[in-house]
Design a protein around this ligand. Structure first.
Ligand code: ADP
Ligand code: ZN
Length: 625
């Protein structure tokens, strides 16, 4: 059955493999076992219930706490060609009976229901006669007092299961769960010896940073200045703080929105919608904002004030980079800010003394985070009891400060020599093949197997090499040419390395990414995505994620077949939108990259490329033998 699940993942969702955290959960559900899945925000929870729902006969029910989230999910499913619907208070009675009719006709596979609806007499009577695959409970931590979003109606779920009188497995999903919350979920939902999965908690694409005692307004303005065109959320802890930051940034001419519970519903909905649809880049908000927003292309979250606990913090910053592309989580910390949180706890009359004590402890742990001098990620993962603890993540501000740089000069020389040998006429994938010693008929015809550099890096793997070449391009040792078949060229910096005048060093574990938001092709793809989204009346990232567009702009597929290999492009999406994107890519592969071709020619002449190839090879031989 896992095979079938994989097939669906590829054909419908356009992804090659499940993420680590997804496999166990899906397998367990397919075996009809009660399952608790703890998956970090952006880890891909939806797929965990949607794919089994498509495999099981009957309808699958998803309990979800937020109306906006349901709509988003149903929109996304419809675009994938899956029949889904939701039942909540936003429906008119006409819409409601339409959904009921479709359930009766067995045309709906996935039904989202708000917890308040579950036990309505009408619904129970109706659903009793329908075969249910299983019941998934999203944001399952809402059932626990210990969690941070307790929702009373969640306690009604076990009664519902009793009421419908069918034996169905339960899948409870949440992004934030401390050990207490975990136990609470299992007990309150009356799950029977559930399989529990806590994998995939780490969000490796988020860069964590704390700035202590920095002048906040200046910091934020500078940040926004250097991160244009990017979607981000700035959280502040009070409405007043949100209002004043909003006014300040507005005055500075920034096009932003604000969001807090003190605003009119209409205003809030508008702000959220403009943000989700990429009409505005940045929103300043209290923690009232974000629950139920699935927007996958949020690139940064800045906290103007310290949040109340790490659960909230991790959930809020978890909104960064759900699409897998890089993003940042920045906490601005000032000692005085704690007082706001302390005040909130102290004056919350609904809390018992015990709960208050618990909240103070959580706040202390949050403050401790701001002072951590080792890896930020490790601190967070440890807090949540994640098993996979490493002492160094390479992608947080502390790690980037403490780790030594590593010398990659020899590796770089090997790559440069190979490019020289091939007379600067190969693209990235051929280059990698030659270095790995892999032949295809095209390469064989060119005689690359006779190069001294053929297979010179066969002890490395393909992913490492591809990433390393991207690093060399981003550091301007290499250039990628324009045209339909971009080839890799050497720059003066590369010659300096070969002559041992320059070393290639790199932070350990550092990942490189292009500033793709500035690439002309990426911008064009964004425009097309926005146009389609407007027509379909959905958020842009539902059409294709940022990561998919990034891959499109990097790999530049030119045919349907090539485009289906890009992550996030499945059959249905290709049929609906693929051609338009291909057209733009094909048109734009002619666009020149921003380097001076003439200068490069002169450089080659001066250095004498032919003789340099020999020199390159000699250098490599000297190093190796
Ligand atoms: P969350 O866990 O926050 O609900 P989502 O279900 O919205 O996360 O998934 C986050 C993103 O990850 C989505 O863009 C989704 O399409 C993508 N995704 C899910 N599963 C995979 C996978 N196996 N490979 C690549 N991307 C995936
Ligand atoms: Zn780290």
């Amino acid at each position: 059955m896992l095979k079938e699940a994989k097939k669906i993942l590829k054909e419908i969702y356009g992804y090659d493999d499940f993420r680590d955290g997804q496999i166990g959960i899906i397998e367990s559900v397919l075996l009809r076992k009660d399952t608790l899945g703890i998956v970090a925000t952006g880890g891909g929870k939806s797929v965990c219930y949607q794919i089994p729902a498509l495999i099981f006969p009957g309808i699958t029910l998803i309990v979800s706490p937020l109306i906006s989230l349901m709509k988003d999910q149903v929109d996304a499913l419809k675009i994938l060609g899956i029949n889904a619907a939701y039942l909540n208070s936003s429906l008119t009675s006409l819409e409601f009976s339409e959904v009921m009719k479709n359930i009766k006709k067995r045309t709906i596979k996935i039904l989202y229901v708000s917890p308040e609806r579950l036990n309505s007499e009408y619904f129970i009577r109706f659903i009793k006669g329908v075969k249910i695959g299983f019941l998934a409970i999203d944001e399952a931590h809402c059932i626990s007092h210990w969690g941070h979003d307790f929702r009373k109606s969640y306690l009604e779920i076990p009664k519902f299961i009793e009421n419908i009188g069918q034996k169905i497995p339960i899948l409870a999903l949440t992004a934030t769960a401390t050990p207490e919350v975990k136990t609470d979920i299992v007990e309150k939902l009356k799950m029977k010896t559930p399989d529990i999965y806590v994998d995939g908690f780490d969000r490796s694409n988020i860069f964590f940073k704390v700035e202590r005692e920095k002048e906040p307004l200046g910091y934020i303005v500078n940040y926004l200045k250097s991160h244009k065109n990017r979607s981000g959320i700035i959280y502040a802890s009070t409405r007043k703080e949100v209002d004043s930051l909003y006014s300040y940034l507005k005055l500075k001419g920034y096009d932003i929105e604000k969001y807090h519970a003190g605003m009119e519903d209409k205003e809030r909905i508008k702000a959220q919608e403009r943000f989700v649809k990429d009409e505005v880049g940045v929103v300043i908000a209290t923690n009232a904002f974000g629950m139920g927003i699935d927007k996958s292309n949020v690139r940064f979250v800045i906290h103007r004030n310290i949040p109340k606990d790490l659960e909230s913090y991790y959930q809020e910053v978890g909104r960064v980079g759900r699409d897998g592309a890089p993003g940042e989580a920045i906490l601005l910390y000032f000692e005085d800010d704690e007082n706001i949180q302390k005040y909130f706890i102290e004056n919350n009359s609904e809390l018992t003394e015990e709960l208050k004590k618990n909240k103070f402890k959580k706040l202390d742990q949050m403050i401790e985070y701001a002072y951590v001098e080792s890896c930020y990620r490790e601190y967070i993962l440890q807090y949540f009891g994640d098993k996979k603890i490493r002492s160094y993540c390479g992608n947080c501000n502390n790690c980037s400060k403490i780790k030594d740089v590593e010398n990659y000069t020899i590796e770089a020389q090997m790559v440069f020599s190979c490019i020289g040998r091939s007379k600067e006429s190969v693209g990235v994938s051929s280059l990698v093949n030659i270095l790995l010693g892999k032949l295809d008929s095209k390469l064989e015809k060119r005689g690359v197997q006779n190069f001294t550099t053929f297979g010179i890096m066969k002890n490395k793997n393909r992913d490492w090499l591809e990433e390393f070449i991207v690093f060399l391009i981003s550091e301007e040792y290499l250039l990628q040419s324009a045209g339909s078949f971009p080839v890799i060229l050497l720059t003066k910096k590369a010659y300096d390395v070969v002559k041992n005048v320059k070393r290639v060093v790199r932070r350990n574990g550092e990942k490189t990414s292009y500033d793709y938001y500035e690439s002309p092709l990426f911008k064009k793809l964004l425009e097309l995505r926005k146009k389609i989204a407007l027509k379909e009346n959905v958020a842009p990232y539902i059409i294709f994620s940022d990561l998919t567009l990034l891959e499109l702009s990097e790999k530049k597929p030119s045919t349907r077949w090539e485009m289906l290999k890009i992550r996030g492009v499945g059959n249905q999406k290709f049929n609906n939108y693929g051609e338009g994107f291909l057209k733009i890519i094909n048109k734009n592969t002619e666009v020149k990259l921003n380097y001076d071709e003439k200068k490069l020619e002169q450089l080659k002449e001066v250095l004498g490329l032919e003789c340099d190839i020999l020199e390159l090879d000699r250098t490599i031989k000297d190093i190796l033998f």
